[in-house]
Design a protein around this ligand. Structure first.
Ligand code: WTA
Length: 630
């Protein structure tokens, strides 16, 4: 494998990877199990846009994640599951058991009419069955669309309908700390508006009484018991769809990012081994939810493809107390720990005793993902969790990129707090100026683009290739635009500065401002709204909503709560605005475009420096907004 073990090796491998990318990736891809070798490594044209890797190659990702490990690792733990309640015993699932369970899910899906190419929605808590479900789909070539179980029925409806899912895999409920979430109730509400759904298979988890509709709803345990535990892996083309995963966009509608089998597998596996310098026998824990790309790539596909042991955690960091993460690390002797800055910041506010009463000496590598990590959180993580002995890999990537793109390599790259540092082999970033030119040299700041494809780039937006083109390939000709701002310092190190579009990152979750606005506007008192992000000490960014009502609100606080609940109901609790300011008007240009730049400044509290307001239709609205700012 072309994994560097020193910085000079990194530079050599990097150079080779960009001089002969096809040769580089072909050599990596050679180590996987292919049913038929590819004809061509890469075909691409960012202007179309079109990207194809390993064309003509045939494979099944589950054979690479499971079957190929069976000769040596049948009895090794593939998944270590830590339940929500610390008093419930953890569960170890060996590679052999994983094989059986995945085959059963595959057969269960087939028994209910799911075929290659059909879409299956997965709406499950963080239980091993979520991984079985994903891999069970992949086994038969069904396309999974995992929806984060914190989303409400409105979000579920949009996602199921966009890709016409035929079947939903869910649970009676989910445990989250001391709360129970009524997953089946949410699904029941949703599917009333989802004509494509024929069957719902329900895992028993919380034993909450649920409504089961005869003929449509089935119990997971009944169906799994009826089918065999072996199932031949469907032969998939390298470019067949593996999954769809929705991410927020600048317009209200979420984008169904499409990932394909071959390139995604190769890239997830390679980046997992390289960035974390994974060694056989180590226990890897990524705290993300499987409903996000981080969970897809670094809980399920990457670690399992590498034959690792991956920890799946059902609970939350703050229950039963703020030491739960550290307790789990000690209990299971976790070696590599990969989490989000928002979690670090919130745990940092708790007493240090929660950390210090646990032995964290098993840790060797720490990771961060999802948003820029501020220096203070970085140092706290380094000192208190890593005891200044563990490298922190600050990994920059996106749902669209499928895997980590810019990141230190553990024990190899010299670290710099809050810097994602250097591109991984095969990754060719460019920093662009506002005129669309590549900025050369160091000590620069602009927008982050990619000049060359990597194997796990999303191939399209499900059902909307034009939007894929408009969103990612139209800003800079012939390049993939990430939507992020970026600096390159004097050492050539990359630092991501945050989104430059209408997406805000709240506790590491992407939220489109348009999506939140349209949810707010569903409240009958609301005429119009505009949402922007503002710096939030725990969440990274918070949600600030400017709201125009039809009539002046009589009880502002009550209305604020109602609006928050409306948003929670339509999108999910994560999208609730932190601040709501009622206004009579919004700063608009003569062409009717909201000038968010001004609203952002107000939300940030920078009232004295709003920039040029002369192009506004009515500059007076700004004065009024300034007066009412929180
Ligand atoms: C942000 C998550 C700074 C970035 C894997 C990106 C980061 C968006 C980092 C993608 C990081 C992710 N440093 N910013 N290490 N990692 N981001 O699709 O703005 O949920 O565009 O993928 O998160 O979020 P997504």
């Amino acid at each position: 494998m072309k994994t560097p073990h020193s910085i000079s090796e990194y530079h050599d491998i990097y150079r080779e990877s960009i001089t002969h990318p096809e040769k580089f990736w072909a050599e990596i891809a050679d180590s996987f199990r292919w049913k038929k070798k590819w004809d061509k490594v890469l075909e691409w044209d960012f202007n179309k846009p079109e990207v194809k890797w390993f064309t003509g190659g045939k494979l099944n990702i589950t054979e690479n994640c499971i079957d190929r490990h069976l000769p040596d690792k049948a009895n090794h733990t593939a998944i270590l599951w830590e339940p929500n309640d610390p008093n419930t015993p953890a569960r170890k699932i060996t590679y052999k058991e994983l094989h059986e369970q995945v085959c059963r899910v595959a057969n269960m899906l087939k028994a209910h009419g799911v075929k290659k190419g059909d879409r299956v929605c997965i709406y499950l808590p963080m239980v091993p069955e979520a991984a079985y479900a994903m891999l069970g789909c992949a086994r038969i070539g069904a396309i999974h669309s995992v929806v984060f179980a914190g989303f409400s029925s409105g979000s579920l409806i949009d996602r199921i309908n966009d890709s016409h899912c035929k079947l939903v895999l869910t649970a009676d409920g989910a445990f989250r700390g001391d709360k129970k979430i009524d997953l089946k109730g949410i699904v029941n509400n949703a599917v009333e508006k989802c004509p494509s759904v024929e069957k719902i298979i329900v895992l028993e988890r919380t034993k909450t009484p649920v409504d089961m509709k005869p003929g449509r709803d089935l119990w997971w345990h009944d169906e799994m018991a009826k089918v065999s535990d072996t199932c031949a892996a469907e032969e998939m083309d390298a470019e067949d769809m593996l999954f769809i995963l929705y991410t927020s966009g600048s317009t209200g509608k979420p984008k169904g990012m499409v990932h394909t089998c071959g390139g995604y597998m190769v890239y997830c596996d390679y980046t997992f081994r390289t960035v974390f310098q994974y060694k056989p026998g180590q226990l890897f824990w990524c705290t993300a939810d499987v409903g996000w790309i981080t969970g897809h790539s670094y809980i399920v596909y990457g670690p399992l493809s590498a034959g690792a042991t991956t920890l799946i955690f059902e609970g939350v960091p703050s229950w039963p107390d703020m030491g739960r993460f550290w307790h789990v690390i000690e209990k299971h002797q976790v070696n590599i720990f990969y989490t989000a800055p928002t979690a670090i910041r919130s745990l940092q506010t708790a007493s240090i005793d929660f950390v210090n009463k646990h032995d964290l000496s098993s840790l060797q590598v720490l990771g961060s993902v999802g948003e820029p990590i501020n220096e203070e959180a970085w140092h706290w993580y380094d000192k208190n969790i890593g005891k200044e002995k563990c490298p922190i890999v600050d990994t920059w990537w996106q749902t669209e990129t499928g895997g980590i793109m810019i990141s230190p390599i553990a024990h190899v790259t010299k670290l710099k707090p809050a810097f994602a540092t250097l591109p991984l082999p095969g990754v060719q970033p460019a920093i662009m100026d506002e005129h669309g030119n590549i900025m050369t040299g160091n000590g620069i700041e602009g927008r982050l683009a990619m000049q060359f494809p990597w194997p796990s780039i999303a191939r399209t937006i499900y059902g909307d290739h034009q939007r894929y083109k408009d969103t990612y390939f139209s800003t800079f000709r012939g390049k993939y635009f990430s939507g992020d701002g970026c600096k390159r310092d004097e050492d050539g190190y990359y630092r991501i500065t945050g989104r430059v579009d209408d997406i805000i990152i709240v506790s590491g979750h992407n939220m489109g401002t348009a999506e939140i606005e349209s949810a707010i506007n569903e409240h009958s008192a609301v005429a119009e709204s505009a949402v922007v992000g503002f710096p939030h000490h725990l969440k990274g960014q918070g949600i600030y909503a400017f709201v125009i009502c039809y009539e002046k609100p009589r009880e502002e606080e009550k209305l604020r709560n109602e609006i928050k609940e409306t948003v929670a109901k339509i999108i999910g609790p994560i999208a609730k605005p932190d601040k709501i300011q009622f206004v009579n008007g919004l700063p608009k240009t003569r062409s009717g475009k909201i000038m968010r730049r001004i609203l952002r400044k107000v939300a940030e509290g920078e009232l004295s420096n709003l920039g040029d307001t002369t192009t506004l239709l009515d500059p007076n609205v700004v004065e009024e907004i300034k007066k009412g700012a929180h």
